[in-house]
Structure formats: C-alpha cells, structure tokens
Design a protein around this ligand. Structure first.
Ligand code: EPS
Length: 381
C-alpha cells in the first residue's frame, strides 16, 4: 500500500518525508519534484518567509540512478529560516523566546494547547503551520510520476480569490499554461488584475483572504476506487486528502453543491460509445459510484483566509485570561495559488495510490502488464 509520513516544524531544521509502497523500476525526476516545490512558493500575496526559502527536495533513500528500488523513499527539505531559529527551536536546548500567549481565532493554537497541555502555543503552531504542505508537495511531486508514466496528467487553477472569479474558459487552448504563470492562477487577464488589486487591498487592511482552487486529472482509467466499501470510494478518498490540507473548509467533485439544486437530467452525464464508453458531459467530475469513470477527475477545494491577521482579532490570554489582541505571526495575506499546487499534490498521491491498488505489483513491468491487459479488456466490454 502506498502511504507516507511527514515530520518537521515550520522553524525546525527541515521537513522530512517517508513514502512507502512505491514499486521498483519507476523513473523519478528530482527536477520535477523541485519544480512543484518552486511553484508552491509563488503567488501574489505571499509573506516574507517565501523570500527566505528556496525549497528543494533531497532524496535520501529508495532511489538509485533515478530509478525506484521498491524500498522506502526518504526525502528532506531544508528550512533556510532554521538559521534564525536554531536557539529557539533547538531539539536539545531552547531559550524559550518567541513564546505565544494569545491564541489566534481560526488557528490550531488554543485547542491544540488545551489538548497537548502546551502553555507556549508556539509548540502547537510550529507543526500546525502550512509549512508542512511543502513536504506534501514533494510527496505528490514524486508519486505523480508513477501515473504520469501511464498517461495521467494533472492540471490546476485558481477558480476565485475572495469574491473575484476567473472568467476564462478552461477548455480554451493554452488555458492551463496561462494559469500556471499567472500570479493568481487565473486564465483571464482582466480578472487577474482585479484579483491582484483585491489582495493588495486586503493586505493594506491587515487582513487575509481565501479562495477556491481546482485540480483536474486527465487520463485516469475507468475503475479506480470501488463502490463496494466506504473507504475504497475514490471521491471519499480525494475529499479526505483535500480536507486534510491546512485551511481547507469545503470540497466539491464535479458539479458539487450545484448538483443539489439541479434536476436529474441536468446533472447526470449521458453515456455514448465511440471506440470505448464515454460521457457526453462531465458533471460527475469523473467519478460515479466511488470509481473513476474515465472522464477527467475534477476536484475543487475552498480555502479559508489564513488566521494570522496583521490587524488582529480579539482573543484571551492563556495565562491571565484577560482580553487581548491575538498574536501576530509572520504570514501571507493570500496563499490561494500555493494551495492549488498543494491540492494537486495530494490528489496526485491519492490517484497514484488507487492506481497501484488496481494494477499493483512489485515492479513497473508487472504493473504495465496488468494495466495493458485491463485496458484491452474494457475496450471490448
Ligand atoms: C508557510 C510557512 C510559514 C507561513 C505560512 C506558510 O512560515 P512563517 O511562519 O515562518 O512565516 O508563512 O503558514 C501560515 C501562515 C500558517 O498559519 O500556517 C509555507 O511554507 O507555506
């Protein structure tokens, strides 16, 4: 089974990941992983930390000469900011500076402190921080390469930032290329300008904003996931993965919430046959009955505004219980474009996992044989 763990605090020495269950024989490009990491650092509205970091993964095990060995793959991403925090965040000794007393509404601070009996809320926020998403992007950057070798392609975009929506048509030629270089992940230039102004205003007001991101997986074969049991349903697994990303508050697949307001004939995708089964529309977002149906998988996630506000909200001191302004940590006014990269990464991991369950084997050649035999069989179904 494909699985992973991440470790690391935002101002600790590094982020570490271990991925288990990658079969032998897959070609892995470290450059591709690092391109994903670089992309996660970009976007209009990011804070000072991204000026310090230059995230790069180092593969420590499980790969030899660019080919997976079938053994656990360990990776490490250095925190350059560690140089400024080593005395505060040292694992052997800490000077206890920069302690946090005033929990931020919306962050893990207060409940995390209560739960783990931490009386310096830094002990909570260091791990709860979205810095951890760099590790998950490295995991997605590697595991996506398993399914890319079978023609699966991942694309992402930002649907909206605050109340500014991208008006571009995603089916237009060159849309994803434009969105991938846009500072807000949009395809339409006028909407992009409005979104950038929106972020600038939010930032000037000491505020933060959220948005909606979308990831599409093209070329996923029909039949990943299953209808037979709740925890094998691909949509449930993608929703879990997306909801596990810091600051995500809502998930949709395909038409999502709009399907609840539309009658059956306006929702369900009619079936046609042209050298294989296909759907005439894709309102289901590529998943029916918990299984991929061969159409593009469309996953959307809603990110709430980051809880650190430079114009802070009211809170209470965990020491003397008096009213106070919430702590201010360095933060981003908007991290929605980065979130699109993270959602793509966690979706790629889940799809790779479901792919290996379906075509599983210890090595690429076994998986390829199983994949080709299945594709041949369903073509003549
Ligand atoms: C982040 C690193 C963090 C934050 C941000 C995301 O670094 P620092 O705390 O040193 O500025 O910028 O995380 C949050 C705002 C949060 O509340 O989790 C990153 O690498 O993406």
């Amino acid at each position: 089974m494909l699985r992973y763990f991440t470790a690391g605090e935002t101002h600790g020495k590094c982020l570490t990941v271990i991925i288990e269950g990658v079969p032998a024989g897959f070609k892995i490009s470290l450059d591709e992983i690092n391109e994903c990491l670089a992309k996660r650092q970009k976007g209009h509205g990011r804070g000072g930390r991204m000026l310090i970091e230059k995230d790069r993964a180092e593969i420590l095990s499980g790969v030899r000469g660019g080919i997976t060995l079938g053994s656990p793959i360990a990776m490490r991403i250095e925190n350059k900011d560690w140089a400024n925090w080593s005395e505060i965040m040292g694992t052997e000794e800490s000077n206890g500076e920069k302690s946090v007393e005033y929990p931020r509404p919306g962050h893990a601070d207060l409940t995390g402190g209560m739960k783990y009996d931490h009386h310096d809320l830094r002990n909570v926020l260091e791990r709860a921080s979205a810095r951890e998403t760099a590790a998950r992007v490295a995991v997605g950057g590697l595991t996506r390469q398993i399914v890319e070798q079978f023609g699966v392609e991942f694309k992402s975009r930002v649907v909206s930032i605050g109340d500014v929506e991208d008006t571009a048509d995603t089916s237009e030629a060159g849309f994803y290329e434009r969105a991938s270089v846009s500072p807000v992940g949009f395809g339409d230039a006028a909407a992009e300008k409005r979104a950038m102004e929106y972020i600038d205003n939010i930032k000037a007001a000491g505020e933060s904003c959220g948005g909606v991101v979308e990831t599409v997986a093209f070329g996923v074969p029909a039949g990943l996931g299953s209808y037979v049991h709740y925890d094998r349903k691909l949509d449930a697994r993608l929703a879990f993965a997306a909801m596990s990303v810091q600051a995500i508050k809502g998930v949709e697949i395909g038409m999502g919430f709009k399907a609840a307001m539309t009658s059956g004939s306006g929702v369900h995708d009619e079936i046609a046959y042209d050298n294989g089964f296909k759907r005439l529309t894709n309102n289901a977002g590529g998943i029916e009955g918990g299984m991929s149906n061969g159409e593009p998988i469309v996953l959307r996630a809603a990110m709430k505004p980051i809880p650190t506000l430079y114009n802070p909200l009211r809170t209470v001191s965990i020491k003397d219980k008096t009213e106070h302004k919430a702590s201010v940590e360095r933060s981003d006014a908007c991290a929605v474009p980065a979130c699109a990269v993270v959602i793509e990464a966690v979706a790629a991991f889940e799809i790779a996992k479901a792919f290996l369950e379906k075509f599983g084997g210890d090595c690429l050649s076994d998986i390829r044989a199983s994949y080709e035999a299945y594709m041949e069989r369903i073509k003549s179904f």
